[in-house]
Design a protein around this ligand. Sequence first.
Ligand SMILES: Nc1ncnc2c1ncn2[C@@H]1O[C@H](COP(=O)(O)OP(=O)(O)O)[C@@H](O)[C@H]1O
Ligand SMILES: [Mg+2]
Length: 585
Amino acid sequence: MPAIKPLPDLLISQIAAGEVVERPASVLKELLENSLDAGAREVQVQMAEGGVKLIRIADDGCGIAPDDLPLALARHATSKIATLEDLEHVTSFGFRGEALASIAAVAQVALTSRARGAAHAYRIDSASGRVAPAALGGGTVVEVRDLYFNTPARRKFLKSEATEFAHCEEVFRRAALARPDVALQLAHNGRVAARLAASSLTRRVGEILGGEFRDQAREIEAAAGILRLSGYAALPAYSRAARDAQFFFVNGRFVRDKLLAHAVRAAYADILHGSRHPAFVLFLELDPYGVDVNVHPAKIEVRFRDSRGVHQFVFHALQRALAQPGAGRSTSPLPFVTAPSESLNDALLSPRQRPLAMEEPVQAYVAAAARAFGEPLADQLAAPGAPEEAKAPPLGYALAQLHGVYILAQNDAGLVLVDMHAAHERILYEKLKRALAEDAPAVQPLLIPVVFAASSAEMATAAEHEPDLQRMGFDVRPAGPAELAVRAVPALLAGADTAGLVRALLADLATVGDSRAGAEQRNELLATLACHGAVRARRTLTIPEMNALLREMEATERADQCNHGRPTWTQLSLAELDRLFLRGR
Ligand SMILES: Nc1ncnc2c1ncn2[C@@H]1O[C@H](COP(=O)(O)OP(=O)(O)O)[C@@H](O)[C@H]1O
Ligand SMILES: [Mg+2]
């Protein structure tokens, strides 16, 4: 074995650079953080060729004294902490004192700075290490050229110019969201990609994520003890196919943290389909002592002292905000409405309503509505239409059913359109969840058992999961070698297509596992039940049945979306209707 030798300084920095300077975007991140740490109010970034050729950042921060310039480029030299005590309470982005040194080890770096009150500016060049007077009005300019010029192996790992710039844009967006009070500009190859004036968080969020996100987002504001959560979380109508609109900041620092990601996921679990991703901009603030930011060289991971407490807090704060029924809120307006069709006219003039097969659940609605709203309202529900003078409830009173799919209702703002199946599905789901939590859900014995032909796999699943089926309120037993008999179902699901329901449930049990396996599995089973139990499209409802459904929606948490995250209703205001008919112009 060769003798042990200390590594040369440059090589140490090049090794460190492997962790800190993964790609141009990591350089940009470090430089932006330095400018923000220096108290900049305005930061301008210019880049060329995806940042590989040039990253130049100019700020109006406190600047660096000429004597400190060589130290700024030296390894383990920082102005931000001096003791371990400082480290535990650090509030600046930087504290490791290695970013500029690492960058200077793999690129040509020039630092020009004019400290506040200094007569003029000085410049240092990483190649020569010499400090010389220079011209600059104030603040600091950092220029990083020819990234990886001396480490060709690294350079090979870089992706296309467009991809590298896209990563830089993402870093820029994070900084922009973290500090809406700072004016920021980004230019690439001479073209301005973003120009953001200093403003409020609300405006910045709209600029970075778009007006559609802002319109569909709930404002979050919650505090408990030393913890505070604020920001915006989008309702499922604005969910994404990718995790491209997820911004979580801990004490202003963008982080990607498993614990926080899990808390968010759990808060959305009931309202978002598994393959969709929520969109959010969230800020968690806590005493710096409660969080260790020195876990990762790029500081993208953190560790909480009380991780359970943080998880619970984030989960509950978010879930509560998302659950609030938003009745009265106008969802995005419909692009157009077709003229009333024949069948709508028919429905308005002569309701030809077949009796509802789901008689019992609907009876239950009317009873529940009576309990929730008192007898007088129950009377109103029974009468078609409603007194003109009385203020309508948020979702209004039912007028008619459209093509057996939508309920049309009138509220104070105008017309409400409800997707009847989606709404009923959500209500059933929430009820089933509550019923199952009680451990003894009300059971409806069937006078005539429902018998259906079952495959050997279905027979096996029914036998294996019998106790589980029992706990959910089902009595499913073999009636022959290839036949299953259903003798009882949960009361909430009486009247549904029993055979179809049990088949779907058995399929779920076979793939997902039983309801004790975990909340996620249980909720998936409930979703299957709710979907099969909910009124099918093309079922005719009577006006009182429709009104009962509307009242149930108002009383149900998360009723704005079905459990696949689709909206259950939308509002068409009178103004929007007037616009369609060019009224009042
Ligand atoms: N834009 C800037 N404005 C003022 N000072 C800066 C700027 N960039 C870097 N510095 C100084 O250089 C030092 C080293 O920066 P860096 O290597 O990023 O380490 P750290 O940020 O961890 O301290 C900082 O502590 C700071 O004093
Ligand atoms: Mg730094």
